[in-house]
Design a protein around this ligand. Structure first.
Ligand code: NAX
Ligand code: K
Length: 198
């Protein structure tokens, strides 16, 4: 499905079911956490990278829920960015939890990745509107060079939901992608098939 069709589906659910977008985000995060806790049983540490849109909001909610399940969580974000309203709600909630360390993206270079730390990419989802550049490009390149297991939330960051990414565009190299609702159109573009992992 295209990003626009997915948005319409979300709007339909919000209008026709008694559900608010923040609840949809909570449900999406719960589904991810169920999968992660079943499939990452041998991993204790998660480094979660959150953007300022709703994909980042999913990441903040996932961080909170994984922490509540007893995992060690480090969250990386740009705390000065203007967040979407649902991301802001989840970011605020996360800041209340003293056991979660919240770091700025640039701190990743001093972060000691344990070989079993799982990296979660909640930087961009269907809202990506241009290829990654500057800080995000460097961040994703840096993460792609680590040997840790990588999970993308909804879409690997840097991959457009509906269009072919330009040749040479930097895209998060996910081992697994936990995609919401239906398969995104981009997953069927042959050149990009190997970007999403499983
Ligand atoms: N109700 C909903 O719509 C739901 C959405 N969900 C999540 O929300 C995501 C979509 O959220 P959004 O529409 O907020 O979009 P994203 O979170 O993908 O990103 C949007 C933000 O990134 C900025 N941006 C786009 N391309 C950029 C680039 N190259 N460099 C820097 N900034 C850039 C935009 O200006 C915007 O601020 C989905 O992929 C999914 O993860 C889920 O929470 C389920 C419910
Ligand atoms: K993502």
């Amino acid at each position: 499905m295209t990003a626009e069709q997915i948005k319409k589906g979300d709007r339909y659910t919000i209008e026709h079911e008694p559900v608010f977008s923040i609840q949809l985000m909570e449900r999406a995060a719960e589904a991810c956490v169920t999968w992660i806790s079943e499939n990452c049983k041998n991993h204790r540490n998660f480094a979660i990278f959150c953007g300022n849109g709703n994909n980042g909001g999913d990441g903040f909610a996932i961080a909170r829920m994984l922490y509540q399940k007893g995992f060690d969580i480090d969250v990386f974000t740009n705390s000065k960015a203007k967040f979407s309203s649902d991301a802001q709600i989840n970011f605020r909630e996360l800041k209340e939890i003293s056991g979660i360390s919240i770091k700025e993206f640039k701190e990743v270079r001093d972060y000691r990745f344990d070989s079993r730390t799982v990296i979660i990419d909640a930087l961009f989802g269907t809202g990506l509107s241009r290829p990654l550049e500057d800080e995000f490009k460097e961040l994703v390149e840096f993460l792609n060079n680590t040997h840790n297991i990588k999970i993308s939330i909804d879409l690997p960051s840097g991959l457009f939901a509906d269009a072919v990414s330009p040749e040479g565009a930097v895209i998060f190299k996910a081992d697994y992608t936990l995609s919401f609702q239906l398969w995104k159109k981009t997953f069927f573009i042959r050149r990009q098939e190997n970007m999403r992992g499983k």
